[in-house]
Design a protein around this ligand. Structure first.
Ligand SMILES: Nc1ncnc2c1ncn2[C@@H]1O[C@H](COP(=O)(O)O)[C@@H](O)[C@H]1O
Length: 194
């Protein structure tokens, strides 16, 4: 059975970026998730766009799960007001929990950490460890360079067109929502096989 995801992981920056348009999209993402009754799973911080998305969901009465490694609780200012906060022993445990709980992934503007999270979830899909939608919201074309990198790999013969197509690139959050269709599985991939 396919339906819109009930829990969506958002990967985005722990900084705000230098254009208010990035904060706007983070606020919109939170508002849309809350409006649709979709739980947000995210990195658990109060800083940057991560904090903006979480605050926006909370303000609109939605549900938020934050997942943060113990060593980042100070540096990324652990969010105190989320519905559920999971403090993990490591970054790997954080990623596994976010992966297991989410039924779709939205990539919003961010930096190196966001790129890492996107590439990992994308390569897990390339390796057929899951079939959850991965959607990059390309606000103000912020993702141009990362998409160009993927397309260069295809041109150079290091990746297939099919693998490139696993990342959906959309202009806005409403389109991301429409693409967040997930096929329910009776047996999800166990996270310890990743
Ligand atoms: N290597 C990493 N793996 C997973 N997550 C990471 C890594 N480095 C940083 N992060 C987290 O990603 C978000 C966003 O980071 P930005 O660099 O601001 O995009 C943040 O929670 C980092 O802890």
């Amino acid at each position: 059975m396919s339906s819109i995801a009930r829990t969506i992981a958002v990967f985005c920056g722990s900084r705000l970026g230098n254009d208010p348009i990035y904060q706007n999209v983070a606020e919109q993402a939170g508002a849309v998730l809350a409006r649709e009754g979709i739980r947000l799973v995210y990195g658990g911080g109060a800083n940057g766009l991560m904090g903006v998305v979480a605050d926006s969901v909370i303000r609109a009465g939605g549900e938020v799960t934050g997942v943060i490694p113990e060593f980042l609780t100070v540096r990324e200012k652990m969010h105190e007001c989320v519905s559920e906060l999971i403090v993990t022993a490591s970054m790997h445990e954080r990623k596994q929990i976010m992966f297991a709980r989410a039924e779709a992934f939205w990539i919003l503007p961010g930096g190196f950490g966001t790129f890492d999270e996107m590439m990992e979830i994308l390569t897990w899909r390339q390796l057929e460890r899951h079939d959850k939608p991965i959607i990059l919201v390309n606000t103000a074309n912020w993702g141009e360079a990362v998409v160009a990198m993927l397309e260069t790999a295809v041109r150079q013969g290091f990746a297939s067109e099919q693998a490139r197509a696993l990342l959906q690139v959309v202009p806005d959050v409403e389109t991301a929502l429409a693409c967040s269709v997930w096929q329910e599985r009776s047996a999800p991939v166990p996270v310890d096989t990743l």
